[in-house]
Structure formats: C-alpha cells, structure tokens
Write a protein that binds this ligand. Sequence first.
Ligand SMILES: [Zn+2]
Length: 424
Amino acid sequence: MKAYCGHIIYTPTSLAFEILPKGYVVVNDRGIIQGVYASDKYPYGNEIEVVDLGNQLLIPAMNDLHVHAPQFANMGIAMDVPLLLWLNKYTFPEEAKFADIEYARTIYTQFVDELVKQGTMRAAVFATIHTPATLLLADLFHQKGIGAHIGLVAMDRNSPDNLCNSVDEAIEGTNELLAHTKNYPLVNAIITPRFVPSCSPQMLRALSKQAKDRHLSIQSHLCETTNEINWVMELEPEALSYADVYHRYGLLTHDTLMAHCVYPSDIDMGLLQQTGTTIVHCPTSNCNLASGIAPIRRLLEAGIPVTLGSDVAAGHDLSMFQVMQSAIQMSKLNSAIHKRQVSALSLSEVFYMATKLGGSFFGKVGSFEVGYEFDALVIDNDSPMHDSIYNSDTLYTRLERFVYHGNVYQIKKRYCQGKEILIK
Ligand SMILES: [Zn+2]
C-alpha cells in the first residue's frame, strides 16, 4: 500500500467538490483506493510509504467519452463547413488512409501519446472500418497502460466505396478485436455504428444482436444537426424520431453512448429516459461545425445522464479541461439566449461529467472513493499569492484557473489504475 498526500479535489456528486487540503489517498498494490482521509484523520503512521506531493493538487484523471482516433491528423483544421459536407470533404478521405497500416501506426501512436499528455486515462474511441489498424490501436492503448473502449466502425451505405464494410465484415472485425483484446485488462471492444445515414437496417440489426450476445457497450451519434435529422427521417420513414431508429433495433441501452443530441424531440427525450442511454456532450465540436447548442440542462432535468467528449477532429483539442470550459461557456450562451430562464452549468457539474460519470463506463473509475481505481493527475499550478494559504476556497480557485487556463506542463504526474503513466 501507498498513500498520496496532496491537495485532494474530486466530485462524489455533481453538486459540489470535495476538497481536502493536504489530504491522503491510500492505494493498494492493485491500484484500488482503500481510504481517503483529511489531514488530521490519517490513521497510518510510518507503517506505509507516503508520496508527499507538496503543494500540488491531486485530482481524478480525465475520461473522454467520444473521440475519433483516425481524425487526429485533422485536429485544429478543416472547420469551414457544416457536418455533412465536412464528412465528405475532409473526414472520409482521411479515414480511408487507415487501410495503410504504417500510416495508422504513425497517427495512432501520436494520438495515444497526446491523450496521455492531456491527462486522459480512459476513452471511448471510434477507429475506422479497417480491422488491422483497429487491432493496432488496441495494442497501443495496452502498451501505454491506459484504458479504452475501441470501436471498429460499421458503415455500409451513403459512404465512399473505400469506407464501406459489409455486415459480415463489421461483425467479424469486432469478433477479431474481442479475441485480440482478451488479455488486455483495460481495453475492450465497443459496438460502433457510425450513424443511421451510413448504416442499413441489416447492419443495425446485426450490431444490436452482437452487442447483446457479447455483452458490449454501444456508441454512435444522435441528433447532431437539423439536416442530418431530416436525412434520417427520409431514410427511415417509419421511425417516429431519430432516436426511435436506434431504439427499434435495440441499440439504446444502459450501456449506450450517444454523442451530441443537440436537437432532441420530445420522443427522443422519452426514449433516452426510458432506456437509460447516456448522452456525450461535445461542445467544442458543436461550436466548430456550427451544429448548435445542446440543451444540456433540459437533458439533466429529465434525468438523462450526460458526460463529455472531445470529438476530435470536429473538436479541435484533446484536452478535457478545454471541453469542460467550453461546456460551461456554451451553457452560459444558452442561458443568455433564454433570458436566464435556463441555468448555466457549474464547474462541479462539468468536472463530474468528465470524471465520475464518464469513468463509470470503465468500471469504478473517476472518483477518490473506497473501491475506486486510482486514476489521477498531479497538478502544479501554484502561484506566489497562494504559497502559504491552503483552504477549500483557494484550492477551488486553483482548480478553476487550471480548467480555464492550465496547460500540459502543469500536469506533473499521471496515474491509471495506480500505475504512473509516463509521457514522451
Ligand atoms: Zn463523432
């Protein structure tokens, strides 16, 4: 066992931060938290090793619940068109390159390194239709020692020929990924229909069956733009709404992540509630593609779980701190547009989304509570003003400043399941 002593900040609930100035997190040899103590309640003397983090913050590591690894080379560029044009003009040509395993190795290696650098220890990732490159991505996560649900993307209609797989190829590809990751404790496969326009009814049916048979989570996109929704309703005229298409094929479950949900209808909202589906809010992406402002407060008030995703490369940065900041800013614009009738998101709400709620897709991850895996970041953003003062208020201020204004150089250490993960 080992104890980490520092300024501990985490969110057991979305309502408020738990802040323990010079508190202790005790972690066993398997990386599981055994106890969390305020400085005057620490029960161990010299019996166990103490890692003294000095005046640094100790916070849970980040979880990114929606990111496209093969779009990494396009991060920060190609923002001049809306979603459907953007896919055809920039994204599909880039993803087609992953037929080349050496190209995949170059980009995926950089992608995983950058995730770690930004403090993200777990991610729900879209790969491409290409099985060899997707297996390689799983290897890279495993070798790095961080966690992922990796999706071999299924798409068999309305897509370029070189980016279509058949139903059999999609199912077999995920079976191969499952066999390949059998001994990778932190890496798993996730069922990944790209979105309704690129998946035939046969594909959606087969994927739903595979998810059920193999007990897998599911990820896709939902209600990102109005043009996309109109297209879905043309393609699936019998459906009552966009979410109803997924629902009819059994793809909305407690283990489903749906990115965006900028324009949910009342029917969509009802189905999300009823099925326990989680929405992944991607505010930087929604802003960059001018998709719109997702009604996050409305989703939360309806009891629909909401977590956060970078959605690189429609999102321009892998930093989940930047995504948190953007989520608050978008919610403030939304509040202003609605004449303050809708409240903005608080810092603790978005922090909770990126840590404890996002982490729940990977086991007991994302909080400093007994039984949780020790996924953590050590942040050094002290300033002379605060040198000798540590109380809950000043530590909250330091966290807030880091979320809005921090950088990777201030992340001094990264841990996933108790193991320190080094950057290059
Ligand atoms: Zn996406």
